[in-house]
Design a protein around this ligand. Structure first.
Ligand SMILES: [Zn+2]
Length: 121
């Protein structure tokens, strides 16, 4: 089932190929301030219809692009290497969508997986 999503002003619009099994709530310094519920996709499973007002924030090691809409300020998505084995795997890039931006979809119906980023990195 394809899900469409957008930021508040619609400058960012996208489709993802399927409903995520879980969404991740992270307690790290940036996620706790941004408040996203993160759904992980391979780039091939995300199609951007428009992404004209993207701004990016990077800090520390600068391996993750933390993207937001420069018009309406919504946290939109992150571009990261795969961290599932601990070290960053740059051969397996990921698009980490803020599932709160899904349109006409109850994100509350998806199980939330909490990751303790505050103490992990
Ligand atoms: Zn926007």
């Amino acid at each position: 089932m394809i899900i469409k999503g957008s930021c508040h002003c619609k400058a960012t619009q996208f489709e993802v190929a399927y409903v995520p099994e879980t969404v991740t709530r992270c307690t790290c310094s940036i996620c706790s301030k941004r408040g996203g519920l993160w759904a992980y996709y391979k780039p091939a499973d995300v199609r951007f219809i428009s992404d004209n007002s993207k701004s990016s924030y990077e800090w520390q090691t600068k391996v993750c692009k933390i993207n937001f809409c420069s018009v309406c300020g919504c946290s939109t998505y992150n571009e990261t290497p795969d961290f599932s084995t601990g070290a960053p795997n740059f051969d397996n890039p990921q698009i980490v969508i803020n599932a709160r931006l899904f349109d006409d979809f109850d994100v509350g119906s998806i199980e939330v997986f909490e990751i303790d980023g505050k103490n992990l990195w």
